[in-house]
Design a protein around this ligand. Sequence first.
Ligand code: HEC
Ligand code: HEC
Length: 473
Amino acid sequence: MRSRKLGAVLLLMSLTGVAGVLATGDEAIPEKALSAGSFTVARIDASALSEPAPALSYAQRERFLRGRHHFNHRWVQFPSLGGDWGLGPTFITNKCVNCHVGAGRGRPPVSANEQPLSLLVRLSVPGAGPHEAPLPHPHYGDQVQNAGLMGQDRDDTFLGDRVPPEAEVFIDWQTTTVAFEDGEQVELREPRLRWGRLWFGPVGDTTMTSLRVAQPIHGLGLLEAVPDADIAAIAAHQRTIGFNGRVNRVRDDIAKREALGRFGWKANQPSLAQQIAAAYASDLGVTSTLYPEMNCPPVQVDCAAQPPGNQPELIDSDWQEITFWEQALAVPARRNVTDPRFDRGERLFAEAQCAVCHVPELVTAREVPHLPIAANQKVRAFTDLLLHDMGDALADGRPDFQAGPRDWRTPPLWALGLSQTVSGSTAMLHDGRARNATEAILWHGGEARASREFFRRLPKADRDALLFFLDSI
Ligand code: HEC
Ligand code: HEC
């Protein structure tokens, strides 16, 4: 009865486009449709990933809105108007939301001469940096900034002193075809990085690069609240059934110690606060108390000569507010839970052993001091937060702390089916090569090879049921 009510409501919302009317409270959402316990919302339109957890208090909701403002807010160069001062000197774009549209996923460039925006390039040279971090390239650092304060930022009218971008980056695609056992063929594409103008000389033959597309960022406050011990226990269990999930051990720059990595495609970030400060530093060129240095390797003299917009450019209270916003982002309800294909797909998901890595349910800690409503929640994110060897075809060849060249963190699958609606992109896998879930599964190798082969051998009706399930969760 209750589930029929939700079905009718969702149907009405999608027919009329009036979404979010019933987005508060989870009373109307049946248990089977809950994706994130009390963090579940009914909204399924373009704002589906941008809702606050319904249980936030009035004061917390205000804080959430201030955090949202920072996420959508534009950074500019001093003394331009219309934004906070501190963009650059080198950067990729001027707001978080440009890459995470609607808090959703990014996309690789469409044409051969388009500069990537929500697909970034990490780079490093052989050897290890401080605390076993990747060793940054001496001229380009650990991430390419393909914009500099010389007019690329078209909303920014003040051109002042000129700082070149570090490099131009282009993506070419190589395609191959694979066939299901029943003969149906699928074209797969793989990106090849092509450097355009390199302002500070060749990158060198031994430089390792890694393409990373922007991830969807809803519900991460709950994933941050899953106890370390539970994640380690999943890894130990996997070992007994022939899988090899491993935690990444990374540097916690805030607590100044080693910590379990959870965020990013290689789980190289231990906390949302740090992930966000790193994004300010590397993606926007904005300094913070955590990363106070301007991002200007020694050869980049015009970069280093720029006056900062403020010291630091990101003030601590804004950093705390955007971190709170990120932690309190809700998750849309699962859809179609009464359709028989949902159960059939779920069964196949288990049989194919997808569920070994894409773990259907985690539970958050009994106490979450910074956000008590996040405690004790069932998190149906479909991740184990562990690294897996995904085979040579997906390898970037670039280690990241304990993550090896073929290792990737299992990405959450919740709200996968809303990707197109939210940000207009269904690009999946770390470099966005997969255009849909079918392609993503067909790229699985290494530890997930048997799962892929199981999928490849399924009759069409079963494949469709599995895809229907993925689209609904
Ligand atoms: C230039 C595009 C770009 C911008 C701008 C950007 N991000 Fe990201 N974001 C990414 C990419 C790419 C990743 C994955 C990074 C990796 O795997 O190394 C990511 C990862 C994340 C994650 C972790 C997601 C997960 O599942 O682990 C969070 C949280 C996040 N970004 C928040 C932000 C916030 C907040 C801002 C603004 C301060 C921001 N991002 C700005 C591209 C961007
Ligand atoms: C051994 C662990 C493992 C198994 C088993 C596994 N996956 Fe994955 N899955 C991953 C990892 C790791 C990635 C990310 C790979 C990358 O980014 O290159 C991934 C990515 C995905 C993605 C893309 C998600 C996104 O946001 O980019 C989908 C969809 C997916 N898996 C579905 C499945 C399905 C369906 C099955 C079963 C047929 C399955 N996976 C089996 C580990 C696994």
